[in-house]
Design a protein around this ligand. Sequence first.
Ligand SMILES: [Zn+2]
Length: 540
Amino acid sequence: MPPSIHSHLSGKGEVASATSDDSPIGSPRHSEKSQHSLEMVHVETSMNPRAEVLIEEIIPKVAKSIAEMEVTNPEILRATRAFAAFQNFAAALRAGCDRDFFHKSRKSHKISTFWSHSWHGGQWKKILTLLTLYNGFAALLGGFFVAILMMILFDFGLLPDWERFGNGNFSMWCLPSGFLVTTLVMLLWRSQNNVFLDRICISQQDNDLKAQAIFSLAGLLKKSDVMLILWDPTWTQRLWCLFELAAFLKSKKVTSGKQALIVRPIFFGPISIAIFIFCCAACIPLTTTPVSSDSTFTVMFSSGTCLLVGCVVGYPTILTLRNYFQNLDIMRQQLLEVSFDTAKSSCCEQNHQSPSGQPVLCDRKVVKECVNIWFGSQEAFEQHVRSEVLEILTLSLQERVFTMPWVLAVTSPFLWYFMDLSASFIRFEWTGFWAHPSVLFLIEGLSFWFLGIPNVMDLLLMFCRVARAKHQNFYLEILKNLLVIFACAFILAILFGLYVASRFANDFRTVVWVGELMLYALCMRLSAHGMKAVVTRFGW
Ligand SMILES: [Zn+2]
């Protein structure tokens, strides 16, 4: 027992304490409860008939100790590298795993990012989101590096070419290798970011250390630069998650807390991955379908197959995107109704009794007392969450999640496809740098990637946002998804039509294509802004 806690608990000489969580760590019961609990503070009823009264009496003292935001022992201020959480198929992030991970953490003087999450939400979505956030950038760099390397090797004739329906010299290296390396780096990258994950950084075996860590939770948050909330609908319902938010907002004096508070719904990872896979799948027919001497047949066949694959893979992608916007609505509603009285806590669910029948502290009462000390009253904190925090979240989740770099990242397979196309034409006779098809394809690809795609994506996201409401009728739901797909396919078809039209400009085709793209980008941007204005006006 840490001295500070021990003194105020045993000050009366009557209260025993700290036998701890009786359930073995990792047992089903442990996995089911919230990640933190003051369950270890309970009173030996056999020795003390006034146990329940005493428990009530020590609540203000426990709350005062926690509200001081001190770390009681330097041994518990610990952090781990982000990659440690992803090892062994992200065992430390899976609720059912019963291993001990404490040895993966080490003493630290501060924490870069505190991961706040609920053990009750979708664990695989959470793992994919963390992988995307921490390994995504390195994965794409790896993908691009290998795709460029393959292009250079192919250009120098060091890689075999592929025959497509009797026509040889085609490169099919950039897209598959880019995809493969991105996937591998995403799974295997060892991110060195200094993070706090409760399962790793709080000892689950040493009850003394565990008790001290829970009592110092607010202190640990104070020592954290950034708090990353991995939001799912259960997060707002968990008492200790709300406590973490309150402690962080208090420790960062609210204003600086705004920049330090990052919220990512756990659907962010699945969405990013789904769009990336969709782009790869849509490009595969373009690099593999037979090529005939009749260019019309080639174009129609490959784009038809591309459309077919796009629709098949596009359906789950649209579904995931609509789900994302539906969940933003849920989050907004939950934050408007945020309350410590309705939040779930394992102590209340277990009727404030340890498995051995001893009365335990009510976490809710302690947390409410802490919030009173920090914010003046519970209502003041709830009001703060409803106004300022909600504003930060709404803005960051709608405007700052789907940024231009994100769009370019998840759609990079399109550029890899153009790199393959460019490499395939490298052996054409050189009549001039700017006239060579290899150079022209590369310029066309880059302009398509930079100008065309971000605008299509903008509208796609807008369609999914407007059409987010879920229908009770199963068939109407399918119809809605198909409508969004057709709307997007229509926009892409315009782009495709423009590309085909530019072919008629012969020597100037690339210039015409870039000009068309600029015009297209302008029109799409205006449409997106118009739609945004309508959506905001009618509160969709
Ligand atoms: Zn309780």
